[in-house]
Ligand binder design. Structure first.
Ligand code: HPA
Length: 301
């Protein structure tokens, strides 16, 4: 009889998601800090800069990276402990360079819980940037629009979020080197940065709303009943990412500006069915606007 042995590749935790994340699904070890610090050291050394601004780019939003001057690209697979993104439209590389003179690190491609990554794996890149020295983090994502102003092609600045992913990256053994365990989330989305984004949108004549983002696990899109429920709970947009990275960034007191590119009306709110292709295409339009909006915000930092 063939006996299954444990797969040593899985134990490295490097390149592939291993299992469905579950609440409390954590070994009581404090390796997250060590891994994030090793990644941070590698990135600053290879990139030759100490980033002050970090950017996380979501589905189809890779165009923002063109704003970086003299960028140096590091594939995720070359960075110690970095998981690799497995989703179409996610590049899986870290770009380092200057954005209007600001030393910047951009994560092109992110890890999602729905790929099977654990919460620790999902937030490792954000933690690495925080340990590398970023003070401000721009987070982007694709999202379905629920609020009346969240129409396809528009942008929504997060004022707050609902974490319905069922997990939290701060679960597990406490490690003070990462920050406090019970962090305040009242102003998770920095008021001054939101105000800068509003001014930038006005100046550019761009349709930008502000609202609450609901982060769900995915990967199936929501049912119309779920969208109606989220609507009653105060959600303006819905997606499958962002909230865990924001929690990890706030644990390190990094100031966050998050913007969703609205790619579709959420389920049941429009006649058409939802498709990943549609999300990617509308995302490309959104990427152009996002790049212009952030360009103005960076100038005001
Ligand atoms: N739901 C969840 N995630 C999404 C959507 C959606 O409608 N559109 C883009 N990402």
């Amino acid at each position: 009889m063939k006996v299954e042995t444990r797969n040593s590749k899985l134990e490295t935790g490097r390149s592939r998601p291993s299992r469905q994340p579950q609440t409390g699904d954590r070994k009581p070890t404090a390796i997250d800090y060590d891994h994030a610090l090793a990644a941070a050291r590698y990135v600053t050394k290879q990139g030759g800069i100490t980033p002050r601004l970090g950017v996380i780019l979501g589905s189809g939003l890779g165009e923002v990276v063109d704003r970086l001057e003299n960028s140096r690209r590091l594939p995720y697979k070359s960075i110690p402990h970095f998981p690799r993104s497995t989703v179409a439209g996610h590049a899986g590389e870290l770009a380092l360079g200057h954005w209007r003179g600001m030393p910047t690190a951009m994560l092109c491609g992110r890890m999602h819980l729905y790929e099977g990554y654990t919460p620790s794996e999902v937030v490792l890149p954000a933690r690495a940037l925080a340990l590398a020295g970023i003070e401000v983090l721009f987070v982007t994502c694709a999202a379905g629009g629920i609020g009346a102003r969240c129409v396809p092609g528009s942008l929504m600045v997060f004022s707050d979020h609902l974490n319905y992913q069922g997990v939290n990256p701060l679960v597990g053994q406490e490690d003070e080197r990462l920050g406090a365990r019970f962090i305040d989330m009242t102003d998770a989305y920095d008021r001054a940065l939101r105000s800068l984004a509003r001014s930038a949108a006005r100046k550019l004549g761009m349709k930008v709303s502000e609202g609450v983002y609901a982060g769900l696990l995915g990967p199936s899109f929501e049912t119309p009943a779920e969208i109606r429920a989220l609507q009653r709970l105060g959600a303006d947009a819905v997606g499958m990412s962002t909230v865990l990275e924001v929690i990890a960034a706030r644990q390190r007191a990094v100031r966050v500006l998050a913007v969703a590119s609205i790619t579709n009306r959420a389920a049941g709110l429009a006649r058409e069915r939802l498709s990943h292709q549609e999300v990617l295409e509308a995302g490309r339009q959104g990427a152009r606007n996002l790049a212009r909006l952030f360009d103005e915000v960076v100038a005001g930092l």
